[in-house]
Design a protein around this ligand. Structure first.
Ligand code: S3P
Ligand code: PEP
Length: 452
């Protein structure tokens, strides 16, 4: 149900092609990690390009509550004076992680590995998401957890100053769980070993090395030879460093798909993060016939980036393999929108993890398409969209506190025949502040809120 401060929006078909050059905000995953690792480091870290979305601001507040000094500078960079591993302070109040699964799960690893008692909660969406996936492995360190039924927030954690190092095989491919275990491993005197069944985003591994930790990654036979083993040597000295955050490919996905769908469009998305463990959507859209040129490839802040030139294209349905899911897990709602405008059928396989995001994204994406006249079915964990060059639209979309669903609905509305009504766009602020302004800069003509 939309809340009292809900921001409804009606999106009309774009009357003219989209065009221009924009830079979407900083990467959410990298921003959370930069604040957390900086808070655990000794000395000062300067972060440029930090995502100032609500999810990341929750992490900044939590790190402050744990004693790190986190400030925004006049030049829009952020400065963190860290406390050192094992040196964080007990928070005096409940830590409210808002809508953010990444903030809650990664922080659980930090809280469990400090001799402090803490309580973590979140909004109604986050309080419904499963935390057992971090509670189970982190309990093996000796820390104790008390959660609501089903392992839901609020969660009370009694951490330890001498946690046991873990050797853990992840039952699901989750970068959040992997990262929680690595964060806990920082304050152990031994080696922490995490085995993942398929490669997931490796921003924690990259940033740990950047701050001075010893991390090795090797392939394993798990997951039909696609698995990886990550080893971290405990109690490293993390030293404050400069961090430059690239633009978030998961945010770039929305203007990118909009430009593909609105006839005659051509836009440039500058300095988008192109870590190969995040580029499944781009690979899939290219297979569907999208004209996406990657220009000016370079490395910024230890991550590959490039400028994307996107030209409106006639798309054709494809079969998206399940093993691609970790590299585009947050992009399925907007891929489903692209599939609605593609000729033929798109089958997206192995989407079980979508059921435990900000909403049940399998169900909410199906509803988004169905109310707008698109044929879509679910077969087990697969979603099957039968597309066409025109989409009727005219539906009212229930976004269910889910930013990605709200932005996907905007993209669908820009291409659909009849206006699309969105019940609440306020959650877009969690990951993509300034979304409406940037979309309007490329010509989307979205109505802008006039403050009362
Ligand atoms: O580690 C991260 O920063 C994230 C990992 C993914 O979640 P899972 O680890 O649950 O797959 C993703 O959906 C989320 O938006 C960000
Ligand atoms: C799933 C997402 O984030 P989180 O798990 O951090 O809430 C997302 O941003 O799509």
């Amino acid at each position: 149900m939309p809340h009292a401060l809900a921001r409804p929006l009606v999106v009309r078909q774009a009357a003219t092609p989209l065009g221009g050059k924009i830079r979407v905000p900083g990467d959410k995953s990298i921003s959370h990690r930069a604040l957390m690792f900086a808070g655990l480091a000794q000395g000062d870290t300067r972060i440029t390009g930090l995502l100032e979305g609500e999810d990341v601001l929750r992490t900044a507040s939590a790190m402050r509550a744990l004693g790190a000094v986190v400030t925004r500078q006049a030049d829009e960079s952020w400065r963190v004076s860290g406390r050192g591993i094992g040196q964080l302070a007990e928070p005096e109040d409940v830590l409210d992680m808002g809508n953010s699964g990444t903030a809650a799960r990664l922080l659980a690893g930090i809280l469990a590995s400090h001799p402090i008692v803490s309580v973590m909660t979140g909004d109604a969406s986050l309080r419904g998401r499963p935390m057992r996936r971090v509670i189970d492995p982190l309990s093996l360190t000796g820390a104790s957890f008390t959660a609501r039924a089903g392992g839901r927030l609020p969660l009370c954690i009694a951490g330890l100053g001498e946690p046991k190092p873990l050797s853990y095989r992840l039952p699901v491919a989750s970068a959040q769980v992997k990262s929680a275990i690595l964060l806990a491993g920082l304050n152990t005197s031994g080696e922490t070993v995490v085995e993942e069944p398929a490669p997931t985003r490796d921003h924690s591994e990259n940033m740990l090395r950047h701050f001075g930790a010893e991390v090795s990654v090797e392939p394993t036979q798990a997951g039909h030879g696609r698995g990886r083993v990550i080893r971290l040597t405990g109690r490293p000295t993390l030293v404050g460093r400069d961090v430059s955050v690239p633009s978030d490919p998961s945010s770039a996905a929305f203007p990118l798909v909009a430009a593909l769908l609105v006839p005659g469009s051509c836009i440039t998305l500058e300095a988008v993060g192109l870590n190969p463990l995040r580029t499944g959507l781009i690979a899939t859209l290219i297979e569907m016939g999208a004209d996406i040129q990657v220009m000016n490839q370079r490395v910024e802040g230890g991550e590959p980036v490039g400028d994307l030139v996107v030209t409106a294209s006639a798309l054709t349905g494809v079969d998206v393999p399940a093993d691609r899911a970790p590299s585009m897990i947050d992009e399925y709602p907007v891929l489903a929108v692209a599939a609605a405008f593609a000729s033929g059928t798109t089958r997206m396989r192995g989407l079980e993890e979508l059921r435990v995001k900000e909403s049940d994204r399998l169900a909410s994406t199906v509803a988004l398409l169905t109310v707008n006249g698109v044929q879509v079915t679910v077969d087990g964990d697969d979603m099957i969209v039968t597309g066409g060059r025109s989409v009727p639209g005219g539906g009212r979309v229930a976004t269910q506190m889910d930013h990605r669903l709200a932005m996907s609905a905007v993209v669908l509305g820009l291409g659909a025949e009849k206006p699309v009504t969105i019940d609440d766009t306020s959650f877009i602020e969690t990951s993509f502040p300034g979304f409406t302004t940037l979309m309007n800069r490329i010509g989307a003509c979205l109505p802008v809120d006039v403050p009362a």
